[in-house]
Ligand binder design. Structure first.
Ligand SMILES: C[S@@+](CC[C@H](N)C(=O)[O-])C[C@H]1O[C@@H](n2cnc3c(N)ncnc32)[C@H](O)[C@@H]1O
Length: 236
């Protein structure tokens, strides 16, 4: 029991959209990071503290970007490193992934990352309206069986929650390597009239933009010969 989220289930309204919370037991170094670094960068979980997200970071930031399901954190860390004036909030319930970000924050002294080591959906309900400039959901768990589709993270409900917290002109980026999920994502997001698909030509969703670094999951999908889809939506 090294995490206070240990064993906690998502609230009833959110069906579990992720797989494991834990992999192998954390090493001594990982446990040390968990206990020392996580409290320093954990997101406060009271609504009052979240009312001004730009004020959450150790360094001054002009915008706040949110990544839900950062996995091993490759994209989150890249964005934080390349955008020092942006505050990054990362949500991830899988401990091994969280520890990778803790390690990068500690080693590279990243002052613009906050971590919510849990389900991102309750956080969406706590964040103020129009408080976030960009949201990333990269390669969400595909839940391929039809009876599990209701567990998929990207849904009309999630799109509505994201439309509320994104400021006008903000951006939502979603990647997937599953064709059927790609269609479902387009349907769910574009069902919401506050989102407009930014693609003008097929190359725009077939190719990853230069400021969207690859993730571990995506690299595996490409190695295994799956096409990836890179969607960008503008919050109108
Ligand atoms: C297939 S992995 C992809 C990870 C990473 N984005 C990548 O591309 O390598 C999906 C990740 O989303 C996380 N996830 C699923 N549902 C989530 C939720 N409701 N809130 C936060 N993270 C979630 C899972 O734990 C998992 O790490």
């Amino acid at each position: 029991m090294h995490g206070e989220t240990q064993g906690r289930q998502p609230p009833d309204r959110d069906l579990r959209s992720y797989g494991r919370r834990r992999g192998r037991a954390l090493s001594a170094r990982q446990k040390e990071l968990w206990h020392r670094v996580l409290p320093q960068i954990a997101l406060p979980n009271d609504v009052g503290a979240l009312c001004q997200p730009t004020g959450l970071f150790a360094s001054p930031v002009k915008q706040v970007w949110l990544e839900i399901g950062f996995g091993g954190g490759e994209h989150l860390i890249w964005q934080a490193t390349h955008n020092p004036h942006v505050g990054l909030i990362g949500c991830e319930p899988f401990e091994d992934g969280v520890v990778k970000v803790l390690n990068a924050v500690d080693t590279d002294r990243l002052a613009n990352i906050k971590v919510h080591a849990d389900d991102g959906r309750p956080l969406l309900r706590m964040l103020p309206e129009a408080s976030i400039d960009r949201v990333f959901i990269l390669f969400p768990d595909p839940w391929p069986k039809k009876r599990h589709h209701k567990r998929r993270l990207v849904s009309e409900d999630t799109a509505a929650a994201l439309a509320r917290i994104l400021r006008t002109g903000g951006e939502l980026r979603v990647g997937t390597d599953i064709g059927a999920y790609a269609c479902a994502i387009l349907q769910a997001v574009l069902h919401n009239q506050r989102f407009a698909w930014m693609a003008a030509a097929p190359e725009d969703w077939r190719n990853r933009p230069p400021d969207w670094p690859p993730t571990r999951y995506e690299e595996k999908a490409l190695r295994e010969g799956r096409r990836c889809y890179y969607f960008r939506f503008r919050r109108a």
